[in-house]
Design a protein around this ligand. Structure first.
Ligand SMILES: [Fe+2]
Ligand SMILES: [Fe+2]
Length: 190
């Protein structure tokens, strides 16, 4: 597993630079911490965290094309904001260029942007780690401690509610998969 970590790191370092690379290392460490805290063994969370933004610096057209190869045609919202597709495009790149076939890792990368209902522990750990990462200056230190003492679904709800507030302020639509996930976590029948 360690050699896969090295290989992923070398690849990520080629694809993204500077602060985004530092962000990715922070997400890997936090995702790994959460994964262990919630009782999962292995390096899947670390690897997915390290690679989650691997496609973040591609052009929009490339993101759309790569994402389509991973998960079929994009939704309207995704086509209008291709940046939403950087997770799915990243999953495609990891499969194509590194031969990663572990669906838990690929799906955690693919869904870290919006989330979706039925997320695995790995997917949730990466999603949460991306929001609380050490480089996120909008997180108060007291809030960051939440990752040490709150249960996983409370953390998910916190991240989603903060994200919905942000999107509302920016006048942007919320992805329907994010809304379905939120309803699932709150136990609302849809
Ligand atoms: Fe991202
Ligand atoms: Fe990120």
């Amino acid at each position: 597993m360690d050699c896969i970590v090295n290989e992923v790191y070398r690849y990520v370092k080629k694809m993204i630079k500077g602060e985004r690379l530092i962000h990715s290392i922070g997400v890997a460490i936090y995702a790994d911490y959460l994964c262990e805290r919630f009782g999962q063994q292995g390096k899947s969370c670390f690897i997915a965290g390290l690679a989650h933004d691997v496609a973040r610096e591609l052009e929009g057209d490339e993101m759309i094309a790569h994402a389509a190869r991973y998960s079929g045609e994009a939704e309207e919202l995704e086509k209008s904001r291709p940046i939403l597709l950087h997770g799915k495009a990243g999953a495609f790149l990891l499969r194509r260029d590194l031969g990663i076939m572990d669906s838990d890792i690929l799906e955690a990368v693919a869904w870290h942007v919006t989330g979706r209902p039925g997320m695995s522990l790995t997917e949730k750990c990466v999603f949460i780690a991306d929001y609380f990462a050490p480089d996120r200056e909008f997180i108060e230190e007291s809030e960051r401690l939440m990752i040490t003492n709150q249960d996983i679904d409370r953390l998910m709800i916190f991240v989603l509610e903060r994200t919905f507030d942000y999107l509302k302020r920016e006048g942007k639509d919320v992805a329907y998969t994010a809304l379905s996930l939120y309803k699932e976590l709150k136990g609302v029948q849809s």
